[in-house]
Design a protein around this ligand. Structure first.
Ligand code: HEC
Length: 201
């Protein structure tokens, strides 16, 4: 009797072991990636903000367009390495090719906006999940990008944006949706993706 129980227990152990192992490693990986993604997002936000500020002060807003157009996507590409993908997304994207959110990103951005409208500070907002696609599981992370005073000359209300800038934006981004923001509102988010395990068929 006892030996049957032991055998059954052993069989169960053997049967469940691989699933457990992958679950534990996914959880461990997710905890590690959460920490890493949080640091990466903060670093990216700070670094881009610094370069932007420097450019605005030295060459002025209209000449700083390349920072957002060239340097920001290049910086995002630079951070997309070692299995990590980093991009900036927004519910009202200026660059719809690079900045349009997918379903999860859209949902998170909407929840950030809702929380911001309820008075929560945008600065600390973040979200993470593990999602399952046809090609496997992904760890996903997002960190809000709040609108600051320095953003308004390119993302603010019509009165904040110079005629020259309006003309430049209309030429470069005919579908531009990224204006009308006030300080404190959420301009978008940094979105980070990392592959976890591969789904077995
Ligand atoms: C000099 C003008 C300028 C300033 C100042 C500026 N931006 Fe932008 N921003 C742009 C342009 C141009 C793009 C489109 C970049 C591209 O083509 O990928 C952009 C794109 C973005 C995007 C990517 C999503 C999208 O809409 O395409 C985010 C997020 C963003 N800006 C946030 C900010 C924040 C936050 C600030 C202030 C800290 C800021 N920007 C200041 C011009 C500016």
């Amino acid at each position: 009797m006892n030996s049957i129980i032991i055998k059954t227990a052993l069989v169960l152990l053997v049967l469940t072991a691989p699933a457990c192992a992958s679950k534990i490693s996914n959880e461990a990986a997710s905890a590690k990636y959460l920490d890493e993604s949080r640091n990466t997002a903060l670093e990216f936000r700070k670094k881009l903000g610094g370069v932007q500020k420097e450019q605005l002060e030295s060459v002025g807003a209209e000449n700083a367009i390349p920072v957002c157009k060239v340097i920001a996507p290049a910086m995002a590409a630079d951070y997309s390495k070692d299995g990590r993908e980093l991009k900036r997304v927004s519910l009202k994207a200026r660059n719809k090719v690079l900045g349009t959110p997918d379903a999860w990103e859209k949902q998170v951005l909407e929840s950030f906006d809702q929380a911001q409208r309820e008075g929560k500070p945008a600065d600390n907002m973040e979200a993470s999940t593990v999602s399952k696609d046809a090609d496997g599981r992904w760890f996903r992370y997002m960190k809000a990008i709040p609108t600051q005073p320095q953003c308004l000359q390119c993302h603010g209300k019509p009165a904040d944006i110079s005629a020259g800038m309006k003309a430049l934006l209309a030429k470069e981004y005919p579908d531009d949706k990224a204006t009308g923001y006030s300080v404190g509102e959420i301009r978008g988010a940094i979105s980070i993706k990392r592959k976890l395990d591969v789904v077995s068929k």
